[in-house]
Design a binder for this molecule. Structure first.
Ligand code: FO1
Length: 315
C-alpha cells in the first residue's frame, strides 16, 4: 500500500501519474479538508473533488479543478437572488455538492460521502478525508481573518498572510483508516502541495504527524517550490511572510521531523546539501509536470527513490 498526503491541483496531477505506474487500488490518499466551505448550504470539499475529478479524467483541463465542459446556469440564476457568486461552482459540479450534503444531512460521515463520490466516478484508489470532523483553515491578513476560499478565490491571494490557524484541528480526530494507512504503508508520499495550507491542516490533526514520525515506511515528499517559486498558487509568498525559507530546503525544514527523503527539482540541485544538513536525504529529479508523461516519470522516480531509502526508524 502506498499512502499519499494530498492537497489540491498539484497533488492530483502527481496522483494521476502514480495510478499509471502502480495499481490504483493499492493507493490510499489522505485529502485536505481545511479549505472546505459551505456555499448555499452545500458542503464543498474542493481538494477532495480535485483529486476525484483528476483521477477520473473528468477534471477541467484548463483550471485543474472543477469538471470539464461544465456550465454555470445555476450560478447565474443565483445572482438574480443577490447570492454571492465569486466561487465558480459549475452546474455539474453542483451535483457532487448536493449529493455530499444530502449524505451528511442523513447522518453519514464525510468519509462515507467521499467514498460514495469517488466510487461513482470510478476512482479505484481509496480517498480518505484527513478528518470527519470540521477543520477550517483561517488566514489572518490585514483585511482580517478570512476563510481559505475567501483568501484564495474571493480576494485572489492579494493579502499578505500574517498567520494561519486550523480551526477545529486540536479536537479533530483522524478519519477512520488514516492512521493505519500511514502506519501500515509500504511508502508514504507527501504530494507536491503547499506545505502550509494543503499539508499543514492534516499535520495539525492530532495523531497524524506522530504517525508519520513512527511509521516503518520511508516517508518522501516532492518539493512544490522550484527555483524559489511555487509551481502554482501563493505558497512562495506565504512561506516568506510567515518567516520560512522559500526553497526546497525550507520545505525540508517544515517536514524534517518525519521526512526521510525530499525529491527536489533539477534546477535546485545546489540545494541538496542544504536539505541533507536538515537530516533529510535529497534526491534530484525533473519535478515539473507539464503533461501525463512527466507525471508518470515523476511518480516512477519517486517510487524508485523511496525503494532506495531506508526509513529513519529501524524495524
Ligand atoms: N479556484 C479558483 O481559483 N476560483 C474558483 O472560482 C474556484 C472554484 C472551485 C469550485 C469547485 C472546486 O472543487 C474548486 C474550485 N476552485 C476554485 C479551486 C480551489 O479553490 C482551490 O484549488 C483549492 O481550494 C486549493 O487547493
Amino acid at each position: 500500500v502506498i499512502t499519499v498526503l494530498a492537497g489540491g491541483v498539484g497533488a492530483a496531477k502527481f496522483l494521476r501519474g502514480l495510478i499509471d505506474v502502480v495499481d490504483a487500488a493499492t493507493i490510499t490518499i489522505i485529502g485536505n479538508t481545511g479549505d472546505d466551505e459551505e456555499f448555499y448550504g452545500l458542503h464543498v470539499s474542493p481538494d477532495l473533488d480535485t483529486v476525484v475529478y483528476t483521477l477520473a479524467d473528468a477534471v477541467n483541463p484548463e483550471t485543474g479543478w472543477g469538471l470539464a465542459d461544465d456550465t454555470y446556469n445555476t450560478l447565474e440564476q443565483l445572482q438574480r437572488f443577490g447570492e454571492e457568486s465569486w466561487f465558480l461552482l459549475g452546474d455539474r459540479d453542483l451535483a457532487t455538492h448536493l449529493h455530499r450534503t444530502a449524505l451528511l444531512h442523513s447522518g453519514r460521515t464525510l468519509s462515507e460521502a467521499t467514498a460514495s463520490i469517488a466510487i461513482a466516478f470510478g476512482v479505484a484508489s481509496r480517498l480518505l478525508p484527513m478528518s470527519d470532523d470540521r477543520v477550517r483553515t483561517i488566514v489572518s491578513t490585514g483585511a482580517g481573518d478570512l476563510s481559505f476560499q475567501e483568501y484564495f478565490v474571493q480576494r485572489r491571494q492579494q493579502d499578505e498572510v500574517l498567520a494561519l490557524r486550523f480551526d477545529g484541528a486540536e479536537s479533530a480526530r483522524p478519519a477512520p483508516g488514516v492512521l493505519a494507512a500511514i502506519a501500515d504503508a509500504e511508502y508514504v508520499i507527501i504530494a507536491p502541495s503547499n506545505p502550509l495550507v494543503s499539508i499543514g491542516p492534516a499535520l495539525a490533526v492530532p495523531g497524524i504527524r506522530e504517525a508519520l514520525k513512527t511509521t516503518q515506511a520511508p516517508v518522501g515528499a516532492i518539493s512544490p517550490i522550484v527555483g524559489g517559486k511555487a509551481l502554482k498558487g501563493p505558497a512562495d509568498r506565504m512561506l516568506a511572510s510567515l518567516g520560512h525559507e522559500v526553497s526546497a530546503a525550507g520545505v525540508a525544514q517544515l517536514y524534517a521531523d518525519f521526512l526521510d527523503v525530499l525529491v527536489l527539482d533539477n534546477v535546485d540541485s545546489a540545494l541538496a546539501a542544504d536539505v541533507e544538513e536538515r537530516g533529510v536525504r535529497a534526491s534530484v529529479a525533473a519535478t515539473v509536470m507539464h503533461d501525463n508523461k512527466a507525471r508518470r516519470a515523476l511518480a516512477e522516480t519517486t517510487l524508485q527513490v523511496l525503494a532506495a531509502t531506508p526509513a529513519k526508524r529501524p524495524t
